[in-house]
Write a protein that binds this ligand. Structure first.
Ligand code: SAH
Length: 343
């Protein structure tokens, strides 16, 4: 296993077996979680040990291949190249409550949502825990902005890479590492029901975001293939179980698509189906993806939809779109880059 994917406990065991003093693991763990690019930066380690580690456990660090900074709102989008040549995106957003990074959990995605650029080329591979951690670390190092919040809403389906994502959460939450509170982390899923139940068992204090995007199966089936495996009623039941287990209010993502899911009766149907489930709706005007015929809802349709939800007692916010001038959403930059490389 990559050293940076190991917990402090595992590293302590490893260094003990290597005959190193007990404090070594913690020293190295702390360095790795600062985002160093080589062992020579670990100035408090003896040189022979640094050389040995460089041979046995080379440090992987992603390279910036594209960096786009929004002139409007300071959003920065990174396209990173991983050690095997694959690329993933990370977005840094400045909110009043703190700097938030949106990280990718897979190279590509196999969920096939009709409106999403990340899934167009399918799933290439899942990310290792350290590759998710690296996105946070190196975004912080490169931008010089301290990161306090994380959203798992980049490329990939986090619950389709469950074990690696759980390990990443443990790493980034650890007091000797970045120590980012679970309450500052949101995990977004397209609705893998058995994995939502598995997550509920862990009883983490993170925010679960569910990409709902439709009031019923008739609509959801046409835009999200996952709905055929786990229909919306099963998904909503899982959300209720999740709330019962964790007492954490669910956040529903709802991309507003012109003429598809944005009618007043769609909002009213949602109200009926959400009865008794403490939740919050994030209405996101669809980001247009070149390859897709789907178009964003009008501003008026979004406002009317929001009003119906709110009047019915469901808090609903219209997501402020950040970084619209830099392809900041959902796999668009990676897509562009991959297409350019193929030419
Ligand atoms: N796979 C996870 C997380 C990644 S996508 C999930 O499905 O939740 C993060 C969010 O962006 C999801 O809600 C996704 O449905 C949404 N999204 C994807 N493409 C979009 C687009 N073109 N416009 C608006 N939202 C989009």
């Amino acid at each position: 296993m990559n050293l940076k994917s190991m917990t402090l406990g595992e590293m302590t065991q490893l260094f003990k077996e290597m005959g190193q003093p007990a404090f070594r693991a913690k020293q190295i763990y702390t360095w790795l979680h600062k985002g160093v690019r080589g062992y020579d930066e670990m100035t408090n380690l003896p040189k022979p040990l640094r050389e040995r580690l460089a041979g046995d456990y080379p440090i992987h660090a992603p390279q910036v291949v594209r960096k786009q900074e929004s002139q409007r709102d300071g959003t920065i989008k990174y396209l990173w190249q991983l050690s095997d040549g694959n690329c993933v995106e990370t977005v840094l957003m400045r909110y009043h409550y703190g700097n938030t990074v949106c990280i990718s959990t897979e190279v590509g995605c196999r969920m096939g949502c009709a409106f999403c650029a990340s899934t167009l080329g399918g799933l290439v591979r899942r990310l290792e825990p350290f590759e998710m951690l690296d996105q946070v670390l190196f975004t912080q190092v490169d931008s010089g902005q301290p990161i306090s919040h994380i959203v798992l809403m980049g490329i990939g389906e986090p619950l389709d890479n469950f074990d690696n994502v759980m390990r990443f959460l443990e790493l980034v939450n650890s007091p000797e590492g970045m120590h980012i509170s679970m309450r500052h982390i949101s995990l977004s899923t397209c609705g893998l029901v058995p994995k939502i139940d598995e997550l509920a068992k862990r009883n983490l204090q993170l925010t679960l975001s569910v990409s709902l995007h439709a009031p019923n199966d008739a609509v959801r089936d046409t835009i999200m293939p996952v709905n055929r495996a786990y229909p919306s009623q099963e998904l909503l039941d899982a959300c209720r179980r999740y709330y019962t287990a964790t007492s954490r209010r669910i956040s529903f993502e709802y991309a507003m698509i012109n003429g598809v899911n944005d009618r007043p009766e769609d909002a009213r149907e949602l109200l009926r189906r959400m009865k008794g489930l403490p939740c919050h709706f994030n209405l996101i005007p669809l980001n247009h993806v070149e390859e897709s015929p789907l178009k964003p809802s009008t501003r008026e349709a979004v406002a009317a939809f929001q009003k119906i939800l709110e009047d019915g007692g469901i808090p609903a916010t219209v997501r402020r779109t950040l970084g619209g001038d830099i392809d900041a959403s959902c796999g668009q930059l990676r897509r562009k880059f991959t297409k350019e490389q193929a030419k």
